[in-house]
Ligand binder design. Structure first.
Ligand code: SF4
Length: 477
Protein backbone atom coordinates (compact mmCIF):
# COMPACT_ATOMS: atom_id res chain seq x y z
CA UNK A 1 0.00 0.00 0.00
CA UNK A 2 1.37 3.40 -0.96
CA UNK A 3 0.91 6.32 1.43
CA UNK A 4 2.35 9.74 0.68
CA UNK A 5 2.69 12.78 2.96
CA UNK A 6 1.68 16.26 1.85
CA UNK A 7 2.61 19.48 3.62
CA UNK A 8 0.66 22.48 2.32
CA UNK A 9 2.55 25.65 3.22
CA UNK A 10 1.74 29.36 3.20
CA UNK A 11 4.72 31.57 3.99
CA UNK A 12 2.62 34.69 4.47
CA UNK A 13 -0.33 33.69 6.64
CA UNK A 14 -1.11 30.81 8.98
CA UNK A 15 -4.35 28.82 8.88
CA UNK A 16 -5.72 30.86 11.80
CA UNK A 17 -4.91 34.17 10.17
CA UNK A 18 -1.80 34.81 12.27
CA UNK A 19 1.57 35.71 10.71
CA UNK A 20 3.14 32.67 9.13
CA UNK A 21 6.18 31.54 11.07
CA UNK A 22 7.22 28.85 8.60
CA UNK A 23 10.43 30.68 7.69
CA UNK A 24 11.22 31.66 11.30
CA UNK A 25 14.14 30.09 13.07
CA UNK A 26 13.16 27.72 15.83
CA UNK A 27 16.14 26.42 17.75
CA UNK A 28 18.48 26.30 14.77
CA UNK A 29 16.16 25.41 11.87
CA UNK A 30 13.16 26.98 10.22
CA UNK A 31 9.72 25.87 11.32
CA UNK A 32 8.84 24.32 7.96
CA UNK A 33 12.15 22.44 7.65
CA UNK A 34 11.69 21.05 11.14
CA UNK A 35 8.25 19.76 10.11
CA UNK A 36 9.62 18.23 6.90
CA UNK A 37 12.46 16.58 8.82
CA UNK A 38 9.94 15.02 11.22
CA UNK A 39 7.90 13.65 8.32
CA UNK A 40 11.03 12.25 6.68
CA UNK A 41 11.63 10.21 9.83
CA UNK A 42 8.44 8.22 9.13
CA UNK A 43 9.37 4.84 7.70
CA UNK A 44 6.01 4.06 6.09
CA UNK A 45 5.70 7.23 4.00
CA UNK A 46 6.54 6.61 0.32
CA UNK A 47 7.24 10.25 -0.58
CA UNK A 48 6.99 13.71 0.95
CA UNK A 49 5.60 16.72 -0.95
CA UNK A 50 5.72 20.40 -0.01
CA UNK A 51 2.91 22.30 -1.74
CA UNK A 52 3.06 26.10 -2.10
CA UNK A 53 1.33 28.78 -4.10
CA UNK A 54 3.24 29.53 -7.31
CA UNK A 55 4.06 33.00 -5.99
CA UNK A 56 5.90 31.41 -3.06
CA UNK A 57 7.99 28.96 -5.08
CA UNK A 58 11.28 30.58 -4.01
CA UNK A 59 10.44 30.20 -0.31
CA UNK A 60 9.36 26.63 -0.98
CA UNK A 61 12.60 25.87 -2.80
CA UNK A 62 14.64 27.18 0.14
CA UNK A 63 12.59 25.03 2.50
CA UNK A 64 13.26 21.75 0.66
CA UNK A 65 16.92 22.44 -0.20
CA UNK A 66 18.92 19.30 0.51
CA UNK A 67 15.89 17.30 1.73
CA UNK A 68 14.24 14.35 -0.03
CA UNK A 69 11.07 16.41 -0.48
CA UNK A 70 9.37 17.22 -3.79
CA UNK A 71 8.30 20.83 -4.23
CA UNK A 72 4.86 21.24 -5.84
CA UNK A 73 3.28 24.55 -6.83
CA UNK A 74 -0.35 25.51 -7.37
CA UNK A 75 -2.64 28.46 -7.91
CA UNK A 76 -5.78 26.96 -6.39
CA UNK A 77 -6.35 29.69 -3.78
CA UNK A 78 -7.91 29.14 -0.34
CA UNK A 79 -10.50 26.53 0.47
CA UNK A 80 -14.04 28.03 0.49
CA UNK A 81 -14.39 27.50 4.23
CA UNK A 82 -11.14 29.29 5.17
CA UNK A 83 -12.77 32.21 7.02
CA UNK A 84 -15.31 29.98 8.75
CA UNK A 85 -12.67 27.61 10.07
CA UNK A 86 -10.41 30.47 11.09
CA UNK A 87 -13.07 31.98 13.37
CA UNK A 88 -14.31 28.64 14.67
CA UNK A 89 -10.93 27.14 15.57
CA UNK A 90 -9.69 30.18 17.45
CA UNK A 91 -11.70 29.01 20.44
CA UNK A 92 -10.28 25.47 20.52
CA UNK A 93 -6.61 26.07 19.85
CA UNK A 94 -5.38 23.49 22.32
CA UNK A 95 -7.63 20.56 21.47
CA UNK A 96 -7.90 18.53 18.29
CA UNK A 97 -11.66 19.00 18.09
CA UNK A 98 -14.36 20.92 19.86
CA UNK A 99 -14.35 23.93 17.56
CA UNK A 100 -17.61 25.70 16.81
CA UNK A 101 -19.52 24.19 13.92
CA UNK A 102 -17.82 20.82 14.67
CA UNK A 103 -14.55 22.11 13.23
CA UNK A 104 -11.41 20.22 14.16
CA UNK A 105 -7.68 20.65 13.73
CA UNK A 106 -7.78 18.73 10.44
CA UNK A 107 -9.85 21.55 8.93
CA UNK A 108 -6.97 23.97 9.48
CA UNK A 109 -4.68 22.27 6.98
CA UNK A 110 -6.84 20.15 4.67
CA UNK A 111 -7.08 21.38 1.09
CA UNK A 112 -8.85 18.41 -0.53
CA UNK A 113 -8.44 19.78 -4.07
CA UNK A 114 -4.64 19.78 -3.78
CA UNK A 115 -4.37 16.51 -1.88
CA UNK A 116 -6.71 14.66 -4.22
CA UNK A 117 -4.79 15.83 -7.29
CA UNK A 118 -1.49 14.69 -5.76
CA UNK A 119 -2.93 11.41 -4.53
CA UNK A 120 -4.25 10.66 -8.02
CA UNK A 121 -1.04 11.65 -9.77
CA UNK A 122 1.09 9.59 -7.40
CA UNK A 123 -1.41 6.69 -7.49
CA UNK A 124 -1.38 6.77 -3.71
CA UNK A 125 -3.74 4.66 -1.61
CA UNK A 126 -3.51 7.15 1.20
CA UNK A 127 -2.51 10.78 1.68
CA UNK A 128 -1.27 12.13 5.03
CA UNK A 129 -2.16 15.79 5.49
CA UNK A 130 0.61 17.26 7.66
CA UNK A 131 0.17 20.79 9.05
CA UNK A 132 3.16 22.82 7.84
CA UNK A 133 4.00 24.06 11.34
CA UNK A 134 3.69 20.66 13.06
CA UNK A 135 7.29 20.71 14.29
CA UNK A 136 6.54 18.16 17.01
CA UNK A 137 4.85 15.64 14.72
CA UNK A 138 5.53 12.20 16.16
CA UNK A 139 6.98 9.95 13.38
CA UNK A 140 6.50 6.81 15.47
CA UNK A 141 2.84 7.65 16.03
CA UNK A 142 2.34 8.42 12.35
CA UNK A 143 3.93 5.12 11.33
CA UNK A 144 1.59 3.30 13.71
CA UNK A 145 -1.38 5.16 12.23
CA UNK A 146 -0.34 4.20 8.70
CA UNK A 147 -0.09 0.59 9.88
CA UNK A 148 -3.63 0.91 11.24
CA UNK A 149 -4.81 2.49 7.98
CA UNK A 150 -3.37 -0.40 6.00
CA UNK A 151 -5.33 -2.94 8.03
CA UNK A 152 -8.64 -1.04 7.93
CA UNK A 153 -8.55 0.66 4.53
CA UNK A 154 -10.92 -1.91 3.01
CA UNK A 155 -13.63 -0.85 5.47
CA UNK A 156 -12.93 2.81 6.15
CA UNK A 157 -11.41 5.60 4.13
CA UNK A 158 -9.47 7.60 6.68
CA UNK A 159 -7.45 7.23 9.86
CA UNK A 160 -7.05 9.80 12.60
CA UNK A 161 -6.16 9.82 16.25
CA UNK A 162 -6.77 11.88 19.34
CA UNK A 163 -3.74 13.99 20.21
CA UNK A 164 -2.80 17.55 20.99
CA UNK A 165 -2.94 19.56 17.72
CA UNK A 166 0.24 19.03 15.73
CA UNK A 167 1.42 15.76 17.26
CA UNK A 168 -0.33 13.66 14.62
CA UNK A 169 -1.90 14.05 11.18
CA UNK A 170 -4.96 12.60 9.44
CA UNK A 171 -4.71 10.06 6.62
CA UNK A 172 -7.27 10.12 3.80
CA UNK A 173 -7.87 7.75 0.92
CA UNK A 174 -7.63 9.43 -2.47
CA UNK A 175 -11.28 8.56 -3.36
CA UNK A 176 -12.44 10.11 -0.07
CA UNK A 177 -10.60 13.32 -0.96
CA UNK A 178 -12.37 13.21 -4.33
CA UNK A 179 -15.73 12.91 -2.56
CA UNK A 180 -14.91 15.87 -0.31
CA UNK A 181 -14.09 17.90 -3.41
CA UNK A 182 -17.37 16.92 -5.11
CA UNK A 183 -19.42 17.69 -1.98
CA UNK A 184 -17.32 20.77 -1.15
CA UNK A 185 -17.05 19.47 2.44
CA UNK A 186 -14.39 20.05 5.06
CA UNK A 187 -13.12 17.19 7.24
CA UNK A 188 -14.95 18.53 10.30
CA UNK A 189 -18.24 18.63 8.46
CA UNK A 190 -17.78 15.04 7.35
CA UNK A 191 -16.97 13.96 10.92
CA UNK A 192 -19.69 16.03 12.62
CA UNK A 193 -22.66 14.56 14.41
CA UNK A 194 -25.79 15.03 12.34
CA UNK A 195 -29.08 14.69 14.26
CA UNK A 196 -30.84 13.74 10.99
CA UNK A 197 -28.46 10.78 10.50
CA UNK A 198 -27.37 9.71 13.98
CA UNK A 199 -24.29 7.48 14.19
CA UNK A 200 -21.64 6.66 16.72
CA UNK A 201 -18.88 9.14 17.44
CA UNK A 202 -16.04 8.55 14.97
CA UNK A 203 -13.63 7.81 17.82
CA UNK A 204 -15.71 4.61 18.30
CA UNK A 205 -15.27 3.55 14.66
CA UNK A 206 -12.42 1.66 12.95
CA UNK A 207 -11.10 4.86 11.34
CA UNK A 208 -9.88 5.90 14.81
CA UNK A 209 -6.41 4.82 15.86
CA UNK A 210 -6.35 4.57 19.68
CA UNK A 211 -3.18 6.25 20.96
CA UNK A 212 -1.34 5.69 24.21
CA UNK A 213 -2.96 7.27 27.26
CA UNK A 214 -0.31 9.99 27.61
CA UNK A 215 -0.86 11.08 24.02
CA UNK A 216 -4.63 10.97 24.38
CA UNK A 217 -4.54 13.15 27.47
CA UNK A 218 -1.95 15.63 26.19
CA UNK A 219 -3.44 19.09 25.84
CA UNK A 220 -1.93 22.19 24.28
CA UNK A 221 -1.33 23.39 20.76
CA UNK A 222 1.84 22.00 19.20
CA UNK A 223 1.46 23.76 15.87
CA UNK A 224 3.95 26.63 15.68
CA UNK A 225 1.53 29.28 14.47
CA UNK A 226 0.73 31.39 17.54
CA UNK A 227 2.99 32.99 20.13
CA UNK A 228 1.75 30.69 22.88
CA UNK A 229 2.32 27.57 20.80
CA UNK A 230 5.77 28.72 19.68
CA UNK A 231 6.66 29.46 23.30
CA UNK A 232 5.43 26.03 24.31
CA UNK A 233 7.39 24.32 21.60
CA UNK A 234 10.57 26.36 21.71
CA UNK A 235 10.78 26.47 25.47
CA UNK A 236 8.65 23.89 27.22
CA UNK A 237 11.05 24.59 30.04
CA UNK A 238 10.48 28.31 30.17
CA UNK A 239 8.03 28.87 32.98
CA UNK A 240 6.07 31.81 31.79
CA UNK A 241 5.18 33.20 28.46
CA UNK A 242 5.05 36.78 27.38
CA UNK A 243 1.73 38.40 28.24
CA UNK A 244 -0.07 39.79 25.23
CA UNK A 245 0.96 37.38 22.46
CA UNK A 246 -0.74 37.23 19.08
CA UNK A 247 -3.39 34.75 20.19
CA UNK A 248 -5.21 36.96 22.70
CA UNK A 249 -8.95 36.21 22.71
CA UNK A 250 -11.42 38.78 24.03
CA UNK A 251 -15.01 38.07 25.01
CA UNK A 252 -17.25 41.09 25.52
CA UNK A 253 -19.86 39.79 27.92
CA UNK A 254 -20.22 38.72 31.48
CA UNK A 255 -22.81 39.94 33.91
CA UNK A 256 -25.07 42.10 31.81
CA UNK A 257 -25.65 42.58 28.11
CA UNK A 258 -22.72 44.22 26.28
CA UNK A 259 -25.10 45.35 23.53
CA UNK A 260 -26.71 47.69 26.05
CA UNK A 261 -23.44 49.50 26.69
CA UNK A 262 -23.55 52.74 24.70
CA UNK A 263 -19.92 52.37 23.64
CA UNK A 264 -19.80 48.69 22.71
CA UNK A 265 -19.28 49.33 18.97
CA UNK A 266 -16.23 51.39 19.90
CA UNK A 267 -14.83 48.57 22.06
CA UNK A 268 -15.21 46.07 19.24
CA UNK A 269 -13.47 48.44 16.83
CA UNK A 270 -10.66 49.03 19.30
CA UNK A 271 -10.16 45.30 19.73
CA UNK A 272 -9.76 44.96 15.99
CA UNK A 273 -7.50 48.00 15.69
CA UNK A 274 -5.31 46.57 18.47
CA UNK A 275 -4.91 43.39 16.41
CA UNK A 276 -6.74 41.15 18.90
CA UNK A 277 -6.66 37.63 17.49
CA UNK A 278 -10.24 36.56 18.32
CA UNK A 279 -13.26 38.56 19.44
CA UNK A 280 -16.58 37.21 20.70
CA UNK A 281 -19.70 38.96 21.97
CA UNK A 282 -21.80 37.15 24.56
CA UNK A 283 -25.35 38.46 24.75
CA UNK A 284 -29.02 37.54 25.18
CA UNK A 285 -29.46 39.20 21.73
CA UNK A 286 -32.74 40.87 22.71
CA UNK A 287 -31.51 44.17 21.25
CA UNK A 288 -29.65 42.65 18.31
CA UNK A 289 -30.98 45.01 15.64
CA UNK A 290 -29.70 45.90 12.18
CA UNK A 291 -27.25 48.48 13.51
CA UNK A 292 -25.76 45.93 15.91
CA UNK A 293 -25.51 43.31 13.16
CA UNK A 294 -23.69 45.85 10.98
CA UNK A 295 -21.13 46.51 13.72
CA UNK A 296 -20.55 42.78 14.28
CA UNK A 297 -20.14 42.05 10.59
CA UNK A 298 -18.10 45.10 9.66
CA UNK A 299 -15.60 44.29 12.41
CA UNK A 300 -15.59 40.58 11.63
CA UNK A 301 -16.42 39.59 15.19
CA UNK A 302 -15.65 35.89 15.24
CA UNK A 303 -18.44 34.55 17.43
CA UNK A 304 -21.82 35.73 18.67
CA UNK A 305 -22.57 33.66 21.77
CA UNK A 306 -26.31 33.94 22.47
CA UNK A 307 -27.66 33.07 25.91
CA UNK A 308 -30.92 31.51 24.83
CA UNK A 309 -31.37 28.74 27.42
CA UNK A 310 -34.64 27.47 25.99
CA UNK A 311 -36.32 25.73 23.08
CA UNK A 312 -39.76 27.15 23.89
CA UNK A 313 -41.14 30.58 24.86
CA UNK A 314 -42.43 29.11 28.16
CA UNK A 315 -39.04 27.92 29.40
CA UNK A 316 -37.42 31.13 28.20
CA UNK A 317 -39.94 33.16 30.21
CA UNK A 318 -39.40 30.94 33.23
CA UNK A 319 -35.61 31.33 33.19
CA UNK A 320 -35.17 34.88 31.95
CA UNK A 321 -38.26 36.37 33.61
CA UNK A 322 -39.03 38.06 30.29
CA UNK A 323 -41.08 37.26 27.20
CA UNK A 324 -38.45 37.76 24.50
CA UNK A 325 -38.02 34.27 22.98
CA UNK A 326 -39.71 35.00 19.63
CA UNK A 327 -38.02 38.37 19.38
CA UNK A 328 -34.58 36.83 19.91
CA UNK A 329 -35.25 34.14 17.28
CA UNK A 330 -36.33 36.84 14.81
CA UNK A 331 -33.12 38.77 15.54
CA UNK A 332 -31.02 35.67 14.91
CA UNK A 333 -32.85 34.97 11.65
CA UNK A 334 -32.03 38.54 10.59
CA UNK A 335 -28.36 37.91 11.40
CA UNK A 336 -28.31 34.72 9.33
CA UNK A 337 -30.08 36.47 6.44
CA UNK A 338 -27.43 39.17 6.58
CA UNK A 339 -24.69 36.51 6.45
CA UNK A 340 -26.31 35.16 3.30
CA UNK A 341 -26.62 38.58 1.72
CA UNK A 342 -23.00 39.48 2.48
CA UNK A 343 -21.67 36.00 1.77
CA UNK A 344 -19.74 36.21 5.02
CA UNK A 345 -19.81 33.57 7.78
CA UNK A 346 -18.80 35.80 10.73
CA UNK A 347 -19.87 36.14 13.43
CA UNK A 348 -20.43 32.43 13.85
CA UNK A 349 -23.62 31.95 15.84
CA UNK A 350 -23.32 29.83 18.99
CA UNK A 351 -26.57 29.58 20.97
CA UNK A 352 -26.10 28.42 24.53
CA UNK A 353 -28.29 26.62 27.05
CA UNK A 354 -27.54 25.93 30.69
CA UNK A 355 -28.10 22.39 31.82
CA UNK A 356 -30.42 22.98 34.74
CA UNK A 357 -33.43 21.26 36.21
CA UNK A 358 -35.70 23.72 34.38
CA UNK A 359 -34.13 23.01 30.97
CA UNK A 360 -33.55 19.24 31.08
CA UNK A 361 -36.54 18.40 28.84
CA UNK A 362 -35.45 20.89 26.20
CA UNK A 363 -31.75 20.11 25.89
CA UNK A 364 -32.17 17.60 23.06
CA UNK A 365 -34.55 19.64 20.88
CA UNK A 366 -32.43 22.74 21.52
CA UNK A 367 -29.23 20.95 20.53
CA UNK A 368 -30.69 19.32 17.42
CA UNK A 369 -32.30 22.55 16.28
CA UNK A 370 -29.16 24.68 16.45
CA UNK A 371 -26.79 22.01 15.20
CA UNK A 372 -29.09 21.60 12.19
CA UNK A 373 -29.46 25.33 11.65
CA UNK A 374 -25.97 26.73 12.19
CA UNK A 375 -23.72 23.76 13.03
CA UNK A 376 -23.09 24.77 16.66
CA UNK A 377 -24.90 24.50 19.97
CA UNK A 378 -23.42 24.91 23.42
CA UNK A 379 -24.67 23.21 26.59
CA UNK A 380 -23.01 24.44 29.78
CA UNK A 381 -23.30 23.62 33.44
CA UNK A 382 -24.63 26.50 35.56
CA UNK A 383 -22.38 27.98 38.21
CA UNK A 384 -23.45 29.08 41.66
CA UNK A 385 -20.39 31.36 41.75
CA UNK A 386 -18.90 29.73 44.81
CA UNK A 387 -22.16 29.91 46.74
CA UNK A 388 -22.95 33.52 45.85
CA UNK A 389 -25.82 32.66 43.51
CA UNK A 390 -28.75 30.24 43.33
CA UNK A 391 -27.62 26.66 42.61
CA UNK A 392 -29.33 25.43 39.43
CA UNK A 393 -27.05 22.46 38.73
CA UNK A 394 -28.61 19.07 38.07
CA UNK A 395 -25.68 17.43 39.84
CA UNK A 396 -22.19 18.27 41.07
CA UNK A 397 -19.80 17.46 38.19
CA UNK A 398 -16.58 18.08 40.12
CA UNK A 399 -14.16 15.10 40.08
CA UNK A 400 -13.41 13.48 43.46
CA UNK A 401 -9.79 14.67 43.58
CA UNK A 402 -9.04 18.36 43.39
CA UNK A 403 -6.28 19.88 41.27
CA UNK A 404 -5.04 23.36 40.39
CA UNK A 405 -7.64 25.46 38.59
CA UNK A 406 -6.67 25.95 34.95
CA UNK A 407 -8.60 29.20 34.69
CA UNK A 408 -6.02 30.93 36.86
CA UNK A 409 -3.50 30.40 34.07
CA UNK A 410 -5.65 31.09 31.04
CA UNK A 411 -8.33 33.70 31.79
CA UNK A 412 -8.53 37.24 33.04
CA UNK A 413 -11.80 39.00 33.83
CA UNK A 414 -12.06 42.76 33.45
CA UNK A 415 -15.25 44.21 34.93
CA UNK A 416 -17.06 47.09 33.26
CA UNK A 417 -15.42 49.60 35.61
CA UNK A 418 -11.90 48.37 34.81
CA UNK A 419 -11.27 46.22 37.87
CA UNK A 420 -9.49 42.95 37.17
CA UNK A 421 -10.50 39.93 39.23
CA UNK A 422 -8.85 36.59 39.88
CA UNK A 423 -11.49 34.83 37.78
CA UNK A 424 -15.02 35.10 36.46
CA UNK A 425 -16.56 33.60 39.60
CA UNK A 426 -15.89 36.93 41.32
CA UNK A 427 -18.56 38.79 39.38
CA UNK A 428 -18.97 41.37 42.15
CA UNK A 429 -15.27 42.21 42.07
CA UNK A 430 -14.87 41.70 45.82
CA UNK A 431 -11.47 40.12 45.29
CA UNK A 432 -10.20 42.36 42.50
CA UNK A 433 -6.43 42.32 42.08
CA UNK A 434 -6.31 45.88 40.77
CA UNK A 435 -7.74 48.16 38.14
CA UNK A 436 -6.79 49.02 34.58
CA UNK A 437 -7.17 52.62 35.71
CA UNK A 438 -3.89 52.24 37.66
CA UNK A 439 -2.00 49.31 36.08
CA UNK A 440 -1.61 47.48 32.82
CA UNK A 441 -3.29 44.11 32.35
CA UNK A 442 0.15 42.52 31.87
CA UNK A 443 1.33 43.91 35.24
CA UNK A 444 -1.74 42.61 37.05
CA UNK A 445 -1.61 39.25 35.25
CA UNK A 446 1.99 38.66 36.37
CA UNK A 447 1.57 40.51 39.69
CA UNK A 448 1.91 39.32 43.26
CA UNK A 449 -1.71 38.38 43.99
CA UNK A 450 -2.33 36.25 40.93
CA UNK A 451 1.11 34.64 41.16
CA UNK A 452 0.54 33.73 44.83
CA UNK A 453 -2.91 32.30 44.08
CA UNK A 454 -1.53 30.18 41.23
CA UNK A 455 1.31 28.91 43.41
CA UNK A 456 -1.02 27.96 46.25
CA UNK A 457 -3.20 25.98 43.83
CA UNK A 458 -0.14 24.21 42.47
CA UNK A 459 0.85 23.36 46.04
CA UNK A 460 -2.58 21.85 46.69
CA UNK A 461 -4.02 24.62 48.90
CA UNK A 462 -7.03 26.50 47.70
CA UNK A 463 -7.61 29.33 50.14
CA UNK A 464 -5.38 32.12 48.79
CA UNK A 465 -8.51 33.51 47.18
CA UNK A 466 -11.58 33.05 49.43
CA UNK A 467 -13.96 32.02 46.64
CA UNK A 468 -11.73 29.08 45.61
CA UNK A 469 -12.57 27.23 48.81
CA UNK A 470 -16.22 26.72 47.95
CA UNK A 471 -15.94 26.96 44.15
CA UNK A 472 -17.15 23.99 42.08
CA UNK A 473 -15.87 25.26 38.75
CA UNK A 474 -12.19 24.51 39.35
CA UNK A 475 -12.16 21.47 37.05
CA UNK A 476 -13.58 23.25 34.03
CA UNK A 477 -11.29 24.62 31.26
S1 SF4 B 1 -11.18 27.61 41.77
FE1 SF4 B 1 -13.03 28.71 41.17
S2 SF4 B 1 -12.91 30.65 42.21
FE2 SF4 B 1 -10.86 29.77 42.23
S3 SF4 B 1 -9.85 30.58 40.43
FE3 SF4 B 1 -10.76 28.63 39.81
S4 SF4 B 1 -12.78 29.14 39.01
FE4 SF4 B 1 -12.03 30.91 40.17
Amino acid sequence: MKVIAVVTADFERGALGTRSRLADDLGGGTVVRRTLERVLKCERVASVHLVVDTAQAAAGQAAVEGLAVKLETHHAGDVPWFNYVRSARKWSLDAWRGGLGSTCVFDESLHPWLLEALGRREQADGVVDVPAAAVLLDPRLLDAMIGHYETTADDVRMTFTQSAPGLSAAIYSTPLLGDLVKACHSAGRMMAYNPAQPRRDMIMLPCFYPPETDVRRAFGRCVADTDAAVDRIAACLRECRVAGGDDVRVVLGGFGDPLLHPEWPGYVRRCREAGIFAVAVRTPAVTLDKAAIDVLEENQVDVLNVLLDAATPETYRDLHQADHYDRVLANLDALLASHQARQQPQPLLACEMIKARATMDEIEPFYDKWIGKVGSAVIVGPSDYAGQFVDRAVMDMAPPTRFACERLFTRALVLADGRVTVCDQDYRGRHAVGSLADSSLAALWTGETLTATRRSHQAGTYDAMPLCRSCREWHRP
